[in-house]
Design a protein around this ligand. Structure first.
Ligand code: ZN
Length: 424
């Protein structure tokens, strides 16, 4: 059975803060360079976006959609916000079922404004789940742990969130700030498949596919996705890949205006007001998970695939050549030559042999290999600011940097807080 790479959460140009380039032909072309075999249609309930999707996809066979040039397959789906501001993902068998779902939710919120790609609905999580299932679809919480719109920010248990529909819940999406290690510290999550997706707002390969799933699928369609999610013990999902959670914008507890980081006890004592700027301190995913965790140590259900931590190739090249950004000519030309040689970015990052990488680009190869071996430190993100990876050349440099950057790596920025340091 073919093993495909899928990125199943992103937005089209009618969701807020999304690149104008987020259109099906560009998404398809870039996904090919990235090494993704299938994407989600995204935002399929939005009228104009639906028309765009319909015009730009063909149904190759029953329920299998591809762009007009046949570069990438697409699974019908999208994201909605419920009446408590929690975000949910859904996937559907066909464009017809998307029309059916749209009709069911018309009148429960504005679906078609210029920023309504992810519509806010006056419906509960349970009601949304019901409607999705009535249309033959599957649902689950999006970026489940993020402090503003993740389900675990509002509920201690998914059972409470979805009510009777909880029985039909089969997957949860982890989001950039969590991985399988963190999510499986909560016992009830051992009942669900995990999806890892980029939530990309632009189509470039440092955004799409920055998180993806590798899944054995008979066909790149909804039916095969549903099977992989529902029949977990078949182990059809073979890999979850994504950013290290410390790179996520809400990993550590931090001020959401100046990004100063706080230990949770200190934040509570300060009543969630930043001492530096009086901004609001936002509880990070790491601390939230610690509050509701059932386990203290890493543990996974038998079916859980490995979680591979990744960085976009352009960011690794940026570190290798010491460039100002990922869009400089120096980074882009080396990115292109590697992708042309090996076929796509995911192959370069995950699958290419060390010797062949070294032959193609020695400097970049050393960084990729160091990254694969785990010689990476992270200054954690928080309060809306992404974390920063530091790729070291080997164990020695990593130990030195660890000492040097101790406080930053722990996610502490307040003077005198070292005393209250707990174990991370
Ligand atoms: Zn602040």
């Amino acid at each position: 059975m073919p093993e495909l790479n899928l990125d199943l959460q992103m937005h089209g140009l009618y969701a807020g803060g999304v690149s104008k380039n987020m259109e099906i032909p560009v998404m398809a072309e870039q996904s090919k360079l990235k090494g993704l075999d299938a994407l989600v249609t995204a935002d399929i309930l939005h009228k104009k976006w639906f028309e765009h999707v319909k015009k730009n996809l063909v149904e190759e066979s029953n329920g299998v959609y591809a762009d007009l040039k046949g570069k990438c397959n697409f699974i019908v789906g999208g994201e909605v916000e419920d009446n408590r501001r929690i975000h949910h993902l859904f996937y559907l068998p066909s464009l017809e079922s998307a029309t059916e779902l749209r009709e069911k939710i018309l009148g429960f919120g504005n679906l078609d404004c210029i920023l309504c790609g992810r519509p806010k609905l006056r419906l509960s999580a349970e009601q949304i789940a019901e409607k999705v299932v009535e249309c033959g679809g599957i649902f689950g919480p999006a970026h489940s742990f993020t402090p503003y719109t993740g389900i675990y920010a509002f509920y201690d248990s998914l059972k409470d969130a979805y009510g009777a529909m909880h029985e039909k819940l089969k997957f949860i999406e982890l989001g950039l700030s969590a991985d399988s290690y963190f999510a499986d510290l909560i016992k009830e999550n051992h009942s669900y498949a995990f999806l890892t997706s980029s939530d990309a707002h632009s189509p470039w390969p440092n955004r799409i596919g920055r998180e993806f799933n590798r899944i054995k699928m008979q066909k790149p369609d909804f039916a095969s996705l549903k099977k992989a999610i529902e029949e977990k013990d078949e182990k059809l999902i073979t890999l979850n890949a994504g950013l290290d959670p410390r790179e996520g914008k809400y990993h550590a507890t931090a001020c959401n205006s100046c990004f100063a980081k706080y230990r949770i006890g200190k934040a509570e004592a300060l009543k969630w007001r930043c001492v530096k700027c009086q901004g609001e301190i936002k509880r990070g995913v790491r601390d939230r998970i610690e509050m509701i965790a059932d386990f203290k140590e890493e543990t996974h259900p038998e079916f859980r695939p490995p979680y591979l931590h990744l960085l976009p190739l352009a960011e690794i090249i940026q570190a290798a050549v010491n460039s100002k950004g990922v869009n400089t000519r120096a980074v882009q030309s080396r990115w292109l030559s590697l992708v042309e040689k090996f076929g796509n970015e995911i192959f370069v990052l995950v699958d290419a042999k060390e010797a062949e990488l070294r032959e193609a680009d020695k400097e970049v190869a050393e960084k990729i290999i160091a990254f694969r071996k785990g010689f990476v430190l992270y200054i954690p993100g928080g309060g809306g600011e992404y974390g920063k990876p530091i790729i070291c050349s080997g164990e020695k440099e990593m130990l030195e940097k660890k000492k040097e950057l101790y406080r930053e790596l722990e996610g502490i920025s307040e003077e005198g807080m070292q005393k209250t340091l707990g174990e991370y």
